[in-house]
Design a protein around this ligand. Structure first.
Ligand SMILES: [Zn+2]
Length: 228
């Protein structure tokens, strides 16, 4: 694929009929927050960055992009066909929607961190890991949920190896033991992966529940959760 891309740029360069041989080229896909492509010359090398949203674009579209970028770089007229092809592809429904989603996700990255206003989930995890797991659990991604969800107080997402805790717990009114408990419960999910027993998913196995009862302030936690 990358070789194919280089070849596309070399071809486009030749079509521009420039006198000098083509400079050394580096083409990468880059996670820009929007669909954009950049080209610059650095120490005699041409550095190209294409939006990673274009990674799956058809060859004809990538060809058009190569032409547009090189024409701009060398101040040559951009072929109408290439400009039209690129515009058409970008405005097609799927890619705009995808770009919108990615922008949302990347834009929210700061909110999507372990450090909340009151509690730092990484510190909570490390403390629990030492106290209850001999420090043996590998730290997954830890994030506060985006919304103040009451339906899901916490969950472990195996697909992303992430523990997500509802943002309602990130508040000075919430006692430390409540946050600890939510994270502890999800850490038990890490330790006891969901098993299939017969055709029934066994989420909270007997071992899981026995270990959960080891949490010291379980009664206080339950009282606190009831009044949420
Ligand atoms: Zn659970």
């Amino acid at each position: 694929m990358r070789d194919g891309l280089l070849h596309l740029f070399q071809q486009s360069y030749q079509e521009l009929c420039l006198r000098d041989p083509i400079p050394q080229l580096k083409v990468d896909f880059f996670p820009f927050t929007s669909i954009k492509n950049t080209i610059r010359m650095r120490e005699g090398k041409l550095l190209v960055r294409l939006s990673d949203l274009l990674e799956g674009a058809p060859t004809l579209v990538l060809q058009a992009i190569a032409h547009i970028l090189l024409a701009k770089m060398y101040r040559k007229p951009v072929k109408h066909q290439a400009a039209a092809r690129y515009r058409r592809y970008i405005s097609s429904h799927d890619i705009t929607r995808q770009a919108h989603l990615v922008r949302q996700m990347r834009g929210r990255k700061r909110l999507h961190s372990a450090q909340g206003h009151t509690y730092d989930l990484e510190a909570v995890f490390e403390d629990l890991n030492t106290r209850f797991f001999h420090g043996l659990l590998a730290r997954p991604q830890l994030t506060w949920s985006r919304s103040h969800s009451r339906n899901s107080l916490g969950h472990y997402d195996p697909a992303h190896n992430a523990i997500v805790v509802s943002r309602i717990f990130d508040h000075p009114r919430v006692p430390q033991y409540a946050v600890d408990y939510i994270v502890y419960h999800e850490m038990l999910h890490l330790k006891h992966p969901v098993r299939l027993r017969g055709d029934r998913r066994c989420v909270h196995s007997a071992e899981f529940q026995a270990e959960e009862r080891l949490f010291p302030q379980l009664e206080e936690v339950k009282r606190f959760l009831r009044q949420l």
